[in-house]
Each structure stands twice: as C-alpha cells, then as structure tokens.
Design a binder for this molecule. Structure first.
Ligand SMILES: *Cc1c(COP(=O)(O)O)cnc(C)c1O
Length: 658
C-alpha cells in the first residue's frame, strides 16, 4: 500500500494561499490513477488554479497499517445553537468528562487554530506542543475495493467519519468535538468509541466562521507523546464507511437533473429509520390513488399490425415496430442460420469472450447505413444513451438538452459529471441563449431527432450550425428516425438532404429495424473512445447472435426494400388526411401521431373504448408527458391498410366529439 498526500496553493501577491489538499492510502495498482486525479483536483480547483503543488508518496508496509471499523452514525436534530450546545454537554457527561461546561467554554479558543486542541479533561490543561497550529490527525483513509474505479471526489462527510474513527480509537483519547469553520455548514459532530459518531444539526449560526476541534485526553502526562504520535503518524484504514442517505424533500420532475448531495443539504438528513417495506408499499398505494399505477398487457402473438390478446384480435396502432418486419422471411432466415451456427447466449462482454464476427459485421453494416467511419453496438438504446453521455461527459462540462428528450438521455446526463442545462423544446433561439449564458470549456448539445411523444422533427440544420459555431459536440438520438424518415429511411440527415453529420449519431435497433440493441455511429476516434470508456459497453454481456442477426437482417431489408419505408410514409400522410377530413387538425411527418386530449382520465377512457372496438392505441400521460397534456399516441406501421387507417381515424374523431 501507499500513502499519498496532495497540497495545492496559489500565489496571491507573494502570499501563498492554500486551495486544496487531500490524502489517501491506496494499493499500488491505484497509484497512477490516484496521482492523476489528485493532480487534476489540485490544478483546477474552483478556488483557483494552483501555482504550487506538492504530492508526497510513501510506501506503507503491511504491518504498519491498522484497520478500524467505522463509528456508527446517528443524527440529533436540534432547533438552535443553544440546543446544539446542550447536546455537546450531554455527550461530555456520557463519556464521563468531569466538568463539561468548562470544556464547552474553551471551544472558542480553538477558532483560530488550523489543527485541533488536545485538552486534558481532568486538569483542562492544553497539551498540544504548538498552541497556534494545534494537532492534525493524518495518514488515514477509508477502505476501497482494488477493482473498482477510484472515486476521488471530495466527500467531506466520509472524510469526517474516517478522521473521527481514527481519533476515537487513539490511545488516551476519550472523545472529540468538532464544529466546521465553513460559514455555510452549521452541522457539527461529537464522537467517541462509546457514543459513535453523533451529528448535531446546529452547532453555530449560519454565516459564522467560528469552527474548531478538541481532542479530549484522559491519560497520564508521560503518555501524551504516544497519543500525538498515533494521531500524526499511525497509518489507519477505516472499514465500512457508508454514504450518507438523504431524503429529498422536493419532488423532481423527470426533466430536471438531480442536484448533487452537498454539504449544506446534509442538515436535511432524516436518520429515524423507517421500515423499508412500508415505504415501498406507501409509494405504490400513492400511485394507485393518483391513477398512475402501471400494469402490463400480455400479447400472445408476434408484433405485427394484427395481434392476439386474451384470444381476441386487435389492430395494433401503438407499436414502435414501424416497418413491421419482425417476421419478415429474410429476418427469420438470418436468425435461424445464426442459431444453427452460434447457438444462443454470448457468454461474455465484447472485450472478453463475447465478441463474435457477427457483432463486427453488424457494426460495419450500421456505419455503412449511417455513412460514418465506424459504429458501436450496445445492448439497448437505453444503455447506449447512458453509456455514451456519461463517458463523453465524465470529466465535467455542460450538457445542453432539449426539454422533451427521452428519459434515457436524461438519465445519461444524471450519470455524467457534467452540469445540465435544459432548453425549450426544439427552440434554437433558446438553445443559443442558454449556450451564451453558460460558458464552458467543453460541452455537448443533445436532442432526439424525432421526438418520441410529439412525433416532431429536430431542426437539424440550425442545430448543427449552432453546435459548430460554438465549438460544442452535437448528439442526436434517432430511435424514431432510422427506418422512418428520409426518402429511403436513412434518418434525419437524409430527411434534410444534409451531408454534414452530427458528431454522435445514436439510435436503436429495436424499433423500425425490428431487432434489439442500441448503436452509436460516428468517427473512428469517437468509437475507439467509447469502446475504451463506456461502462455500459465494457461491463455487460454482449447481445446474443440471434439478436445481432436480426439487426443485420433488419438493415438489409430496409436497404433492399425501401418501398417499405415509402409505404409507412404514405400511411402517415393518408392517416393525417383522414383525421383532417374528420375535423381534427392533426399533422405529422413521422410514424408518431399525437392526438392530444389533455385530461388524464379522458385519455385513458378513450383508449379503453378504442380497445373495446378492437383498436390498440396507447394513452400516454404524466409523467411520460407533461401534466394536462395526456394524449393518444398513434404509431403507424408500413403494413397498415388504407381501410384500417380510415376506420381508426373516424373512430378517434367520433370519440373526441363526445
Ligand atoms: C426507445 C427509445 C430509446 C431506448 O431504446 P431501447 O432500444 O428501447 O432501449 C432511446 N431513445 C429514444 C428517443 C427512444 O424512443
């Protein structure tokens, strides 16, 4: 093992100002990544860029290392500082300190010190050799798995547990009192082996920089050296440090990024543990009360325009299988051949044993179809978005995201280290404004190409022009565009007759293409990067040969039979015309045709009535779409007949009139 310490400072008119510091105890394997991440943290700190940095690495021999169990954590909610101080006194009584009030009174003498005061609880004598500096406990870290990525973001809470655990286990020390000097942070703690780590939610007034630390000593005078030696030199690893769990007070809508857990939100912790099953049950009954509880329908046939459910036939106008090729003879033939040759189950991730020649054939096929240098396949479109966005934005930056982007894009943003700025739906002026308002060194703009609930198309030419001019990466999600728009189904670039392409062209193989999986098409550089960094690619077993064969066949069918795409596009025009003839002002250029109803319950009722008539058309409601914009989401297939479309249009129009 190695101990590693970093201190960074900057020069302020000849004066050296501390900006950041950290220490770790890690394995040799992690040394390289640890040095890098500490260097980065020190160099580019929010408080300023470092002018001077010291990184000290020392080998720790196995027998020098002491392992300790983390102190258990409790929280005491107090309403004001006075009550907080009463809790400190109560703690001092519990650990049998003779004169608690007098100990509390010397707390103010620690305010200007950088380290802690070492106080003899019997004589109230200060024992630290340097009274201005105090004593700093160092050489400690929490236990980490060797095999996971080192996560070295600063976590004040976890660092505090580690420190308190070392101090509480130090010979001669009976307890510790700590108040932060951060003016925004009023929660402090008291700790001892006897009481554990006890957070007290208010120890000082907000805005006050009066913080300090006392180590409480109860031992012989001649043993003080040993105590100080342990605090300053003993190498300690603390096991079982658990992250703090917060209960979020504000409900976040799906389109807002989740705020990070920061220091000031720590005071909102609720440590009264509830029965987890009761929490789960209450959530479910809440959903039921709001008519948001989901159930599933079970289909007993292939995904085609006509399906069987409970033995009854329905006309399916809700599926994403837009070209209706899941039972196309070429598809079945390709899949059967793949089963015969490869069996099922790929047995490993692409980077280990799960990479078959078929996977590479598919990726070449996709790159050819999309007109890019290369492509990479993920197990689903959902994973593709998570993996790609989090990999591209893993070092921070800003993501600009359309407010109606798919949930998988939103989740990808949440998983990344970047800030997320949401702009108005398909509003290029707002996008430009948001870019100007949020300067960043590195940024990504991401949008659905065809929006999954509204069926409208991204204004790609403006979008690309804005990205290019602002030097931002561009990314589109063609889940509902590939195989649907463009004269021969090649997607949004073909639709706009553009040769310029977005940097990152993501899509799914599970919709028009009729198989399963997600892909990203782009430059060789981008794809190499993703293969090396996208965790959703690296840590997941690859698609089985059957799925891959279906994907290849799906693309081949589109290439060989573009008339399927044209049939779908004809159906869209025909269906919209029939709706308009029935008095509904609805239009769409994609296979998704939203019939907005508004009221959640009315939308559900109409969908149910359509079902009774043998038409399977989904009602979509909050939280998938905004509250009060519930709708029927009609999804067309190339195989729907004019007669079927005309009947559906008339039926919908009739139900809306009532
Ligand atoms: C369906 C969809 C996805 C997810 O793709 P899957 O292959 O179903 O996981 C991603 N983005 C959009 C816009 C989608 O509609």
């Amino acid at each position: 093992m190695f101990s590693i310490k970093m201190r960074a400072s900057k020069d302020d008119n000849g004066r050296s100002v501390h900006i950041s510091g950290a220490e770790k105890i890690i394995s040799e394997k992690q040394l390289d990544s640890c040095v890098n991440s500490l260097m980065e943290r020190g160099l580019y700190h929010p408080k300023g860029n470092a002018d001077f940095m010291n990184i000290k690495i020392e080998r720790v021999k196995g027998d020098e290392l002491e392992y300790l169990d983390a102190l258990p954590v409790t929280t005491v909610e107090v309403k004001d500082r006075q009550e907080g101080h009463r809790e400190i006194v109560r703690f001092l009584e519990e650990i049998a300190v003779p004169e608690p009030q007098k100990v509390l009174a010397v707390l103010k003498d620690t305010y200007a010190m950088r380290g802690a005061m070492l106080l003899d609880v019997n004589t109230l004598e200060r024992l630290e050799p340097d009274g201005n500096r105090g004593i700093r406990a160092t050489y400690m870290d929490q236990e980490r798995s060797e095999n996971v990525d080192l996560k070295l973001e600063k976590n004040h809470y976890e660092e505090a547990i580690v420190l308190a655990t070392k101090v509480a286990n130090c010979p001669g020390i009976v307890g510790e009192i700590c108040i932060s000097d951060d003016p925004d942070y009023v929660t402090g703690y008291v700790a001892s082996k006897k009481t554990g780590y006890r957070r007290i939610t208010k120890m000082k007034e907000l805005g006050s920089e009066n913080g300090g630390r006392i180590f409480l000593y109860n031992g012989k005078k001649e043993d003080v050296e040993k105590t100080i030696d342990y605090l300053q030199k003993k190498r300690v690893i603390v096991k079982g440090v658990k992250p703090l769990v917060t209960i979020q007070s504000a409900k976040l809508s799906d389109n807002q990024p989740v705020p990070d857990l920061n220091e000031s939100s720590l005071s909102a912790i609720n440590c009264e543990r509830k029965n987890p099953m009761t929490v789960i049950e209450n959530t479910l009954s809440d959903l039921k009360e709001k008519h948001l509880f989901r159930t599933m329908k079970s289909i007993e046939s292939a995904q085609g325009s006509h399906i069987l459910m409970n033995g009854k036939e329905y006309l399916l106008m809700a599926s994403n299988s837009y070209l209706d090729i899941t039972k196309h003879p070429h598809m079945l033939e390709r899949c059967r051949a793949a089963i015969d040759k490869y069996g099922v189950g790929s047995g490993g991730s692409r980077l280990t044993t799960g990479n078959m020649d078929l996977h590479e054939e598919l990726e070449n096929k996709i790159a050819g179809f999309k007109g890019t240098e290369a492509s990479i396949v993920f197990n689903t479109g959902y994973v593709a978005n998570l993996a790609v966005i989090s990999a591209i934005m893993k070092n921070g930056g800003v993501i600009f995201s359309d407010e109606l982007n798919h949930a998988s894009i939103i989740d990808g943003c949440r998983l990344s280290k970047a800030g997320c700025v949401v702009y108005k739906h398909n509003d290029m002026e707002d996008l430009e404004r948001k870019i100007a308002e949020n300067p960043c060194e590195f940024g990504l703009v991401v949008s659905d190409a065809v929006f999954s609930m509204d069926g409208d198309i991204l204004k790609l030419p403006r979008f690309l022009e804005i990205c290019r001019r602002n030097n931002l990466l561009s990314m589109i999600d063609e889940a509902h565009a590939t195989g649907v728009i463009g004269a021969t189904g090649h997607g949004i670039s073909e639709h706009f007759h553009m040769s310029e392409k977005p940097d990152i062209m993501m899509g799914t193989l599970s919709k028009a293409i009729g198989g399963e999986g997600g892909y990203v098409a782009g430059s060789r550089l981008l794809i190499d990067y993703l293969r090396n960094t996208a965790r959703g690619f690296i840590f997941s077993t690859s698609l089985s040969a059957v799925s891959v064969a279906a994907d290849i066949a799906g693309i081949e069918i589109i290439e060989k039979e573009p008339e399927l795409v044209q049939r779908l596009q004809h159906n869209v025009r025909y269906f919209c015309k029939k709706l308009q003839e029935s008095g509904l002002n609805i239009s769409s250029e994609t296979a998704i045709i939203p019939v907005v109803i508004g009221d959640e319950k009315k939308a559900m009722d109409i969908s149910e009535k359509l079902m009774e008539e043998g038409f399977f058309i989904s009602a979509i409601r909050y939280p998938t779409v905004a509250k009060g914009s519930a709708r029927l989401r009609v999804a067309l297939m190339a195989s729907h007949t004019e007669d079927e479309l005309e009947r559906a249009a008339r039926l919908i129009a009739g139900m809306l009139e009532k």
